[in-house]
Design a protein around this ligand. Structure first.
Ligand code: NDP
Length: 489
């Protein structure tokens, strides 16, 4: 404040509201040049490797292994040994100690992991720091609490672990999905072979260091990296349970592969969620919910609110507010603490988004994109809104998995329910209204595993998450998330 302003007793008025960049330092992350597979508590030198990159700059980050079938078999063998020779017989309270340790180490190293997650995946540091990391640690804390209480969780059912769990996860929440998979599996007394997605292996590989710090017995968690072939080898391997999160297409292939094998399976697949705005909703809050629903993590979210259903009487108002809000979103460097929308995860995903957006324009929808300067290198897509969308358009039916919103309208609650349920998916939905009774009635009628009311994209380890129809089956989180890792005598 200048002397003159202080004398006049007035607050200074900045001439320009442009944000200065506030980049998070990369120095906290120590990357190795080359990573192997983590098998039996040791690093296994890989036969084949590939390069993993930073999608925001296309800069190579490290060489990682492309696990062959033989390497996957070694990992499954190590997991089997660990299961039979100690882990499954440990008292639950002992297993809990390891899970608590993992949770604490993750908390202690959260800044390092957040930076690495943003570097390898392209998501804004604000999100990896404030959402992915706290939730990943919370999952380990939560399931640590259940490890010695399984008999109370499932009274008179004699819960027993299954054996080796094969887990295949996607690239949109690499560390968080790892936590969703590993924490309940270990709490229930199983051992694990996990494969992160091809484009985002680094936080899973760094996590092996956390396992060592926590002194987890060798072989209880094994991490192999590689593309879909490695995932397929895990599914075919001598595992007792498969847990998969990813596309509906691959989920269906896995289900076909496992039919008749007796292996247990849970699938968390795609979505095309409806976010329903009634005319009595607090519209400014709803607009924040719409933005959080579809532009969070560049829309790379299976439960993203990618179809907006707005009641006709408030349509103009909502669209005006939404467009104005879009002009304030900052797209760019994922490591900048001001960034709202980061990089698209891969060239392949960018091409998929571009193709679907082009189809929306061809089919006749009106497109809106705020003025926005994108970085020259890396993979980027401007936050996009489509209006004048018919239910039959591909952008209203298919999962785009990018920052692209399709807007439809409705007049009555019945019409909203009919349109919201008019999808092959059934993972999540949102309802915005001031009436509690309407929230309850909508939640009952929407065929979705999760229904958020006056909020969106909120997660808690104690709350089960999962889908209906082509969004898969089985639940993760809460007590429901333990059950798929247990058999009952
Ligand atoms: P995938 O379903 O191919 O990938 C998910 C995981 O499965 C990855 O680890 C992948 O390895 C692995 N995988 C691929 N093929 C097989 C196989 N045959 N057997 C076992 N595992 C396999 O999704 P994509 O990454 O290809 O994304 C495509 C689309 O899927 C996205 O555009 C989006 O619409 C949807 N998707 C949905 C997600 C969700 O959370 N529901 C998450 C990710 C994608 P690799 O990384 O090498 O491909």
């Amino acid at each position: 404040m200048t002397e003159l302003e202080r004398k006049q007793d007035r607050a200074p008025i900045p001439a320009d509201w442009t944000y200065a960049s506030a980049p998070e330092s990369r120095d906290i992350v120590e990357l190795r040049e080359r990573y192997g597979h983590f098998v039996g508590g040791e690093w296994l030198e890989p036969k084949e490797t590939y390069t993993t990159i930073d999608p925001a700059s296309e800069e190579p980050l490290a060489e990682v292994g492309q696990a062959t079938e033989a390497e996957v078999q070694l990992a499954v063998g190590a997991a089997r040994d660990a299961f039979e020779n100690g882990w499954s017989a440990l008292p639950g309270s002992e297993r809990a100690k390891y899970l608590f340790r993992i949770a604490r180490v993750l908390q202690e190293r959260s800044r390092e992991f957040a930076v690495l997650e943003s570097l390898n995946g392209g998501k804004p540091i604000r999100e990896s720091r404030d959402v992915d990391l706290p939730l990943a640690a919370a999952h380990f804390f939560y399931y640590a609490g259940w490890a010695d209480k399984l008999e109370y969780a499932f009274p008179n059912r004699k819960p027993r672990p299954l054996g080796v769990a094969g887990q295949v996860i996607p690239w949109n929440f690499p560390l968080l999905m790892l936590a969703w998979k590993i924490a309940p599996a270990l709490a229930a007394g199983n051992t694990v072979v996990l494969k992160p997605a091809e484009t985002t292996p680094l936080t899973a590989l760094q996590f092996c260091d956390v396992l060592r710090q926590a002194e987890l017995p060798p072989g209880v968690v094994n991490i192999v990296t590689g593309d879909g072939r490695t995932g397929a080898a895990i599914v075919k391997g001598e595992v007792d349970k498969v847990a998969f999160t990813g596309s509906t297409e691959v989920g269906k292939a896995i289900r076909r592969e496992l039919a008749g094998t007796g292996k247990k399976l849970t699938l968390e697949l795609g979505g095309k969620a409806a976010n329903v705005i009634f005319d009595d909703a607090a519209l400014d809050q709803a607009v924040e919910g719409i933005v959080n629903g579809i532009y969070f993590n560049q829309g790379h979210v299976c439960c993203a609110g990618s179809r907006l259903l707005v009641q006709e009487s408030v349509y103009e108002d909502v669209i005006d507010k939404l467009k104005r809000r879009l002009t304030t979103l900052r797209v760019g460097d994922p490591l900048d603490k001001n960034t709202d929308v980061g990089a698209i995860n891969s060239r392949q995903q960018l091409e998929k988004i571009q193709e679907l957006v082009a189809s929306g324009e061809e089919e006749g929808a009106s497109i809106y994109q705020p003025p926005c300067r994108l970085p020259e290198k890396g993979y980027w897509f401007v936050p996009t809104v489509f209006t004048d969308v018919a239910q039959s358009y591909r952008i209203a039916q298919e999962e785009i998995f990018g920052p692209v919103l399709s807007v439809l309208t409705f007049r009555t609650p019945d019409e909203a329910v009919e349109k919201a349920n008019n999808t092959p998916y059934g993972l999540s939905a949102g309802v915005w209204t001031e009436k509690g009774s309407r929230i309850l009635s909508m939640a009952q009628r929407l065929r979705a595993g999760v229904v958020w009311a006056n909020t969106y994209n909120r997660f808690d380890p104690s709350s089960p998450f999962g889908g209906y129809k082509e969004s898969g089956f089985g639940r993760e989180g809460g007590l429901h998330g333990l059950e798929p890792y247990l058999r009952f005598e």
